[in-house]
Design a protein around this ligand. Structure first.
Ligand code: GAR
Length: 202
């Protein structure tokens, strides 16, 4: 049966587009994007979703407390019969209500090798710290910031002449690759959780 993905985003939407491309190309089999939700009006990712003919919802978060806001988003995801929620540049912490509504069915992509550099401007944090390798992480989402069990990571080198822009571009390419791979693994149920460890079943 086709699995239904709900994508949540706040901005540009390149990770959303990478997922949509992977589905169209058959790299993520038996899946479709059921709805794209943004908490910000005017998010370019929503225009991109429109252009692809996908269902979209803008649910503005400004001025609302976390849980009442999340209740609206969870309702929209349930309405769309979503099986898996993919955060793709969604810049909000999820409430316990949200996390409990989709147990082990919420993924996030983050532009660092977690647990290093959670939060905002992770690529700048990595450059400022002086690490020689950076990267990205796909993880299950809990109510803590960038903290749930890790599904996949990819490493990229940091070059001496890197700027935040050049490093971000190198990391983003890997984000697009591993997010699709992780969604494929999770939708196929080809993993088990041992404590914090996500063990891939082949
Ligand atoms: C991506 O780099 C993603 O990893 C990051 O926001 C960017 C969104 O870009 N997410 C986080 O920092 C979440 N903590 P996109 O809108 O083009 O996918």
């Amino acid at each position: 049966m086709t699995k239904r993905i709900g994508v949540l985003l706040s901005g540009r939407g390149s990770n959303f587009e990478a997922l949509a491309d992977s589905i169209s190309a058959g790299r993520i089999p038996n899946a479709e994007i059921a709805v794209v939700v943004s908490n910000r009006e005017g998010a370019p990712g929503i225009d991109r979703a429109h252009a692809r003919g996908l269902a979209t919802r803008v649910i503005p978060s400004k001025g609302l407390e976390r849980e009442p806001y999340d209740r609206q988003v969870v309702a929209a995801l349930h309405e769309a019969s979503v099986d898996l929620v993919c955060l793709a540049g969604y810049m909000r912490l999820l409430s316990p209500h949200f996390v409990a509504a989709f147990p082990q069915r919420i993924l996030n992509i983050h532009p660092s090798l977690l647990p290093s550099f959670p939060g905002l401007e992770s690529q700048k944090q990595a450059l400022d710290y002086g690490v020689k390798f950076a990267g990205c992480t796909v993880h299950f989402v809990d109510e803590n910031l960038d903290a749930g069990p890790i599904v996949l990571q990819a490493v990229v080198p940091v070059e001496d002449d890197d700027t935040e822009d050049t490093l971000s571009t190198r990391i983003l390419k890997e984000e697009h690759r591993i997010y699709s791979e992780a969604v494929k693994i999770v939708l196929a149920g080809k993993f088990k959780l041992e404590g914090r460890r996500v063990i891939q079943l082949r």
